[in-house]
Write a protein that binds this ligand. Structure first.
Ligand code: GTR
Length: 386
């Protein structure tokens, strides 16, 4: 385990802290024209839109602002699901553009024991669709629905591949080909991660119509590629009140310039179809990328955000993810938010909850599990004032 390098796809993968190059991060509070950002208004009017546009142009692609219409159909309902504890709704979300449509299913459980609309956790499910079994024959620690319901939250999920298949030869077959074919021709057009993020926003559109849901308390959750997506989605769509990003690693929460574990080059080789074409330019030139991932966290400010890493997941660069949070703090400071991250990497299984930027470094593997969800609920209880 102390192994300091590895080889993957013809490249040396660095796991040695002492050979991380020295690097300079783009200054989160300095505009492209060199203006220092000193308050919320300048952040929101100048630097925030600038950073968002840089991520669109160079990393994730631009999300089309327009589509024609949206329809929600409740296809199945059970008011006494989970032995009466929850109200199950299975919803089909259909989006239309230029005469063509795409539909995808959403599963939603709402706690019956409540006096007002429920806050909700929405998972972008990138693992087996059995993880979110509406019948509850299969119960998964990846989406521990009973535990979340018992804590007073609704829990929802959609499967990422229902909107953009998670394969390099077929990711276009879904939202891209049906609704936004022109994006496929553009170097800054969104690809799979962009579509997954877009779909999360369509679920948010649905929540706004469901009076059982408190749409001011929607927490978006994702793991790994889903964790990258959750950050990008919440960065763009400020209706998401909170974000949980599990083991998101490269092009998620971890800093690209450290070249530790998975690099831009490696992620582009393996998963080029997640990000736009322009991102390929940075495979061998990370220092010319005008953003780094601390700026993605900064786009979520002032909303509470919580990220995780695991001890056996060096590929995702845990320390680089923690540093990203530290370097996003100046934006939270502008808003006067309380961020109490320690200067050094926190110990294993020592979650940071009492901070608007939360974090834990969990013992174990690259995963999303009950330990993670337990801390997500603690963090949400505190920051949603529940
Ligand atoms: C890995 C990939 C990571 C991460 C992960 C996952 O193979 O290199 O960036 O996204 O897959 O989604 O589980």
């Amino acid at each position: 385990y102390a192994q300091k390098t590895d080889r993957f796809m013809g490249e040396i993968v660095n796991y040695d802290e002492s050979t991380v190059p020295t690097y300079t991060l783009p200054n989160i509070l300095l505009t492209a024209k060199g203006k220092k950002i000193k308050n919320v208004s300048a952040w929101e009017k100048q630097r925030r839109p600038e950073i968002l546009a840089l991520f669109e142009e160079h990393v994730y692609g631009k999300t089309p602002a327009h589509f024609d219409s949206l329809k929600f159909i409740v296809t199945h309902e059970n008011k006494v699901a989970m032995s009466g504890k929850a109200h199950l709704k299975e919803i089909t979300i259909t989006a239309w553009n230029d005469g063509r449509s795409v539909s995808f299913p959403l599963v939603l459980f709402i706690p019956n024991k409540r006096t007002k609309p429920a806050p909700v956790f929405l998972l972008i499910n990138n693992r087996s669709s059995r993880n979110t079994d509406p019948k509850r024959i299969e119960k998964s620690t990846f989406w521990p629905a009973e535990m979340v319901i018992d804590s007073g939250y609704a829990i929802a999920a959609f499967h990422h591949s229902d909107v953009a298949p998670d394969r390099k030869d077929s990711y276009q077959n879904g939202v891209l080909k049906q609704l936004f074919p022109a994006e496929l021709e553009k170097d800054n057009g969104m690809k799979a991660v962009g579509v997954w993020a877009w779909a999360a926003s369509r679920v948010m559109d649905y929540f706004k119509t469901d009076t059982d849901i408190d749409f001011n308390k929607v927490a978006l959750v994702g793991h790994s590629r889903g964790g990258k997506t959750a950050l990008w989605s919440a960065a763009q769509d400020q209706r998401f009140a909170m974000v949980f990003s599990s083991c998101s690693g490269s092009t998620g929460a971890s800093l690209a310039r450290r070249k530790y574990g998975e690099t831009i080059s490696l992620i582009n080789k393996q998963f080029g179809y997640w990000f736009n074409n322009n991102y390929k330019k940075y495979s061998n030139d990370v220092n010319s990328l005008p953003v780094d991932q601390h700026m993605l966290i900064g786009l979520i400010a002032p909303r509470p955000v919580y990220t995780t890493n695991a001890t056996e997941d060096r590929w995702a660069d845990p320390y680089g993810s923690f540093l990203s949070l530290i370097h996003a703090k100046p934006v939270y400071d502008l808003y006067g938010r309380k961020v109490t991250l320690p200067a050094n990497m926190p110990g294993v299984n020592r979650p940071i909850i009492h901070s608007d930027i939360g974090y834990h470094f969990r013992a174990g593997k690259h995963d999303l599990n009950v330990y993670d969800w337990t801390n997500f609920i603690r963090f949400a209880n505190l920051h949603f004032n529940l």
